[in-house]
Design a protein around this ligand. Sequence first.
Ligand code: FES
Length: 148
Amino acid sequence: MYTEKVMDHFAHPRNMGEIKDANGVGMVGNAKCGDIMQMFLKVNDDGIIEDVGFKTFGCGAAVATSSMATELIKGKSIDEALKLTNSAVVEALEGLPPAKLHCSVLAEEAVRAAIDNYYARKEGKAEDCNCVRCGHDHEEEHAENTEE
Ligand code: FES
């Protein structure tokens, strides 16, 4: 059912874990399967993604696609990373079963969300918010955090 590449990235995920000094963090979720993916980027002054990490609470294909997505954008410019598509991730993994294609969409969205957050922080619009475009309603959470 799964290619060797998928199994390899599932069993030995690359770049797994949070990056403490990340300057772009994005979280996305799939409402249907309930899986969640978080992407951390460390972008240098030249706009190059120096380091990348991910945390995925989800299926094996979600782990493999996030792992591969990090490999594909590490060392690349923001502009190149923005061009990453889910099909490029699937191709790099040498295929995914049709029922699992949505997992690769999550990886593409997580990268985009982290880049959006990077830009939002740069513009001073998302200082401590790590949930830009995460798809959840954090209004209440934010209200609680600001209530003192
Ligand atoms: S089953 Fe939902 S991300 Fe894989």
